[in-house]
Design a binder for this molecule. Structure first.
Ligand SMILES: O=C(O)CCC(=O)C(=O)O
Ligand SMILES: [Fe+2]
Length: 371
């Protein structure tokens, strides 16, 4: 069925510097229009893998890490973190010290952005060759299945990387909320990175020193409108994050995130005011495969739209990433990944995606040594 969207509800998707871009309609606009059935391009026939029911998932909840213990250097909590990263690649963080008010302000700012009229949001649209701005997921072919979500992505740290032409500055409170929130995420990320360093046999500042400074930060705000047939569509298709790690804030009352665990999709039930952390590809590589960058996806629902805010922490483009020496043992843990400059890693990950290959398995495909 041809869907006509009023006000030209489509947006040029950024090329991200790695390939063609195609105009894709805003799903929010499609939902607002009077559409009759789910457009074919959004129907994912094979969603892959069984889903663990929500009841069963209760007994299979992802690990919960108490950040206040971690920050005190509590040995048991550090051990829990190790197991969480190794067995799940995902965990929820409670007692993280970020004021509830800051989280709520951030969620409200994102909701207010997506409530703006399409013509207004379009002012912040991704441009060609840019990864930043408002748009839809990375689209490279007419035949590619589309996700049931719109998003805006902004670089937030270091602060000189902020590109305000993509920030909705006329939206009251947005800039303040994002600045405050991103500062808090940077602090949390620093403590997490220090813990990952220790777990990898380095000093607390080991990973930071390796990359010659703080991790970079970009925030992706996702909006998943309701869908009359959530069984047919995906909010975000399965992927792993090409980050060092990601901190996710989401609506407290709508379950949407699912993670791959033992070949099944496990829904992650949000704990109010907590944050979800997942290991990204760069940490999987640096830990020489000890910690896992897990495939995840988001589903939609019939009753409530959902917002999620993903804070991506990632190395500098020029940093070479590879297994750290302390994680390699020629006898028991030989080097599983070859070293690669981060920017080249990201490029290869996306070019695999463009070729329709399983980019999510990319980190594992690098399982060859330098020589
Ligand atoms: O919305 C979610 O729960 C997941 C978002 C996500 O995976 C991403 O933005 O990379
Ligand atoms: Fe993700």
């Amino acid at each position: 069925m041809e869907v006509r969207v009023e006000n030209g509800g489509s947006c040029e998707v950024g090329k991200s510097g790695w390939g063609q871009s195609l105009p894709v309609p805003s799903i929010q606009e499609i939902v607002r229009s009077d559409f009759q059935s789910v457009p074919q391009r959004y129907i994912h026939e094979n969603k892959g893998g069984p889903i663990i029911s929500e009841d069963l998932a209760d007994s299979l909840e992802i690990p919960v890490i108490d950040f206040s213990f971690l920050a005190k250097g509590d040995e048991d909590e550090v051990q829990k973190l190790h197991l969480a990263c190794k067995d799940w690649g995902f965990f929820q963080v409670i007692n993280h010290g970020v004021k509830e008010e800051i989280l709520e302000k951030m969620k409200a700012a994102v909701a207010a952005f997506f409530e703006l009229p399409f013509q207004e949001k379009k002012k912040y649209a991704k441009a060609e060759n840019e990864i930043e701005g408002y748009g839809q997921n990375f689209v490279v072919s007419e035949h590619q299945k589309l996700d049931w979500s719109d998003m805006i992505f902004l670089f937030t740290f270091p602060s000189q990387n902020r590109n305000f032409k993509f920030w909705p500055l006329s939206l009251p409170g947005f800039k303040e909320a994002l600045e405050e929130y991103s500062r808090e995420m940077q602090k949390l990320a620093e403590e997490l990175q220090a813990n990952f360093s220790v777990l990898m046999g380095l000093k607390r500042d080991g990973l930071k020193r390796l990359q010659g400074g703080e991790l970079k930060q970009g925030i992706r705000m996702n909006y998943y409108p309701i869908c009359s047939r959530p069984d047919l569509v995906l909010g975000i298709s399965p992927h792993s994050d090409g980050t060092s790690f990601t901190l996710l804030l989401q609506d407290d009352d709508v379950t949407g995130l699912q993670i791959k665990h033992n070949e099944a999709w496990v829904p992650v039930k949000p704990i109010p005011n907590s944050l979800i952390v997942n290991i990204g590809d760069a940490t999987e590589i640096q830990s020489n495969g000890m910690y896992k960058s897990i495939e995840h996806r988001a589903v939609t629902n019939e009753k409530k739209p959902r917002i999620s805010i993903a804070t991506f922490m990632f190395p500098d483009d020029e940093q070479e990433i590879g297994p750290v020496e302390t994680m390699i043992d020629d006898q028991n843990r030989p080097k599983l990944y070859r070293n690669i400059k981060y920017v080249d890693y990201v490029r290869e990950k996306f070019s695999r995606k463009m070729e329709g290959k399983a980019h999510t398995q990319f980190a594992k495909l690098r399982a060859t040594s330098d020589h």
